[in-house]
Design a protein around this ligand. Sequence first.
Ligand SMILES: [Zn+2]
Length: 792
Amino acid sequence: MGAPPTRPADRALTKPRRRLTSAVAALIALLAVGAGVLVGLSTPAPAPADAPEREFSAARAYRNVEVIAAEPHVAGSAANDRVREHLVATLRGLGLQTEVQDAVAPEAGQLSGAAGGATLARVRNVVARLPGTDPTGKVFLVSHYDSVQTGPGGNDDAAGTATILEVARALTTGPRPRNDIVFVLTDAEEACLCGAAGFAGDHPLARDGGVVLNLEARGSTGPVIMFETSRNNAKLVEVFGKAAPHPVGTSFAVEIYRALPNDTDFTAFLDRKFVGLNSAYIDGGAIYHTPLDVPARVDRGSLQMHGDNALGLAREFGRTDLGDLSAGHDDTYFPVLGGLVRYPGWLTLPLAVAALLAVGALGWLLRRRGRATAGTLAAGFGLTLLPVVVAPLGAWLLWAAITTIRPGYAELLDPYRPVWYRLAVVALSAAVLFCWYALLRRRVGPAALAFGGLAWLAVFGVLLAVAVPGGAYLTTLPALAGALAGFAALATRRDGPWPVVAVTLAAAVAVVILLPPVVLLFPALGMGMGAVAALVAVLLGLAVLPVVDLLHPRAGGQRGLLALRARRLGALPAAAAALAAVVLAGVGLAVDRFDAAHPVPTHLMYALDAGTGKAAWLTREEKPQPWTDGYVDRSIAVADDFPGLGNSEMRAGPAAAAPLPAPKLDLLSDTRTGDQRVLRVRVTPQRQVRLLTLHVDTSTATVRSASVAGRDVPVEPGGGKWGFGIVFHAPPPEGVEVTLTLVPGAGAVSVRAMDASDGLSGVPGFRERPEGVGVVGSHSSEMLAVARTYPL
Ligand SMILES: [Zn+2]
């Protein structure tokens, strides 16, 4: 292969100065578009406390954040009781019919609690209703008011709850909506989504379903993203685009979210055939679920965005005919400069095929016009795979190197100040792309390389359309725009302005479509998966290659010294980007150090067998931090001794036995019929605990059926010694009654009861963390578990 021969006419038109002017103009235009994209993704200014009463005010909402998140308020705690009383009083103060749903509820979705068993909680949901004037259905505004045990939940989800209180206030000041609006502040979301499941499954107001708007946070800042919808979302997304003042949402997020292990209350509603939208802000993930998630860490701009959108959507759904919202199909949708573009999902595959055909036609045309040969086109296509593979690999290696230097990052969702590392990954992707381009441009030719980039975008478009339809637009539309620009460039005079205008327009389309996912994927997936953002960054780079090419002297024009100079200039962007990547990573390491305000997260728990007096320190850290390492010295499987802690391996170390009682087990009745035994027991915690578990040794009996607090639970065979188990969150002080119908073996039936409280202060041998050492945001951090086996 080699560069196609340059025609004399073209050579005569090689005017470096004009080319440079074009390049600068095109780059300025793209930078302006990029800035517009970032503005479109930014949060609004928070409205002050004296904002008009019909509007949402972050300052007013924030007062409630401060009350709700004054301290950790895990489900079942006294602090949670105080929060609930505040919510009830506030909603009643607005004149709303308000009640507390007090129930035992099962978990929602597929959260794992017990191997081969069931998870439940005692929940107390706060439910208030604003009756509509002529209802066609109900609109549910949902957030959870409980927090994790490790932190006060300023963002997660006091922000969502306070948003709903402020939306309720705003809705009660104006004319009443046509549809019923129901405010559902759920309990025990953190434990098992049990509050939402209890409301969706059992509450009379939930019987006929409706539209759910769920408000969440998985961080402390950034734009509110509408990241999840019910199926057949076209009409919901139409309302979202119309009524949300800041409609940041993409059908791609739905696909990403499904691949993540997170769940929210929304899952419980989807289980019950509700329709709706799920929104959250997710940047600033370092403090998620930690003691640092205090009110002061709530970004008022994110809070304002939550409220503006929730109020706009509540008003619009409040007047919409809710009869046929779930009809139709799924939409493809994505943010474009502050608005929302959407088209029906059934267009996805035809568009992807059209893009592929268009790029194919462009290749054919490039060959006919002598801009490329079959050989260079094939080479362009094959060699484009290099940056697509190398840039993500490089991002992964970069993060591996950074976490080797700073191992404390292992337990963080994202660094405290991730921006430098994100920029480093983008710079690295650019360096890979520029370097690849500089090396191949003269050999393969710019036209063939541009074709290679577009061809891969089009191929990805088809693959996505089949496998991940909501994300196909990401590559299909830039490929289509690039092909059309190619046609336009070939149809106009090569030395005129139109080819540059055409490729710049196509590049602008790519920036509008691919820059938001680069920006949003970093917080969504964390730096550990920065490779995904690097991949999207490279795809964006491939789409703007024709503009990048303007920075290079026209191919084939020079010989000798001039060519050498050109090659040197061509290497300049690659070298600059590589240098930037190194500098930015270094700045990240220098700026984002662990200190008192940004502690290195550590995970520790304590488990005691009150029957044998054996105790252990446990951690889920795979490579324990120095502080944790003072407690643990081996790896053990905990499932046999503490079945309530799951069946993974943990690092462990010996501990002194604390004088703590195990939960008491009372046998209330024991009846035998045929080969079956029905055991009715009461398990009662002997101290203030967050959860209670009861497991049956399935080598001593086969469990046929079970009920907890009068509620039947599913019985599926599980693995291991304790093959059936129940996890009960927020147990009442009087304990929980469990009925087991089983077929016993020859001897006694062996059951193991465990409970868990939070906080390790006072446990013998525990030393308070020094400054700079913090707590991992996890549901088992600081847990204190006590277990005992009872033969029955
Ligand atoms: Zn949470």
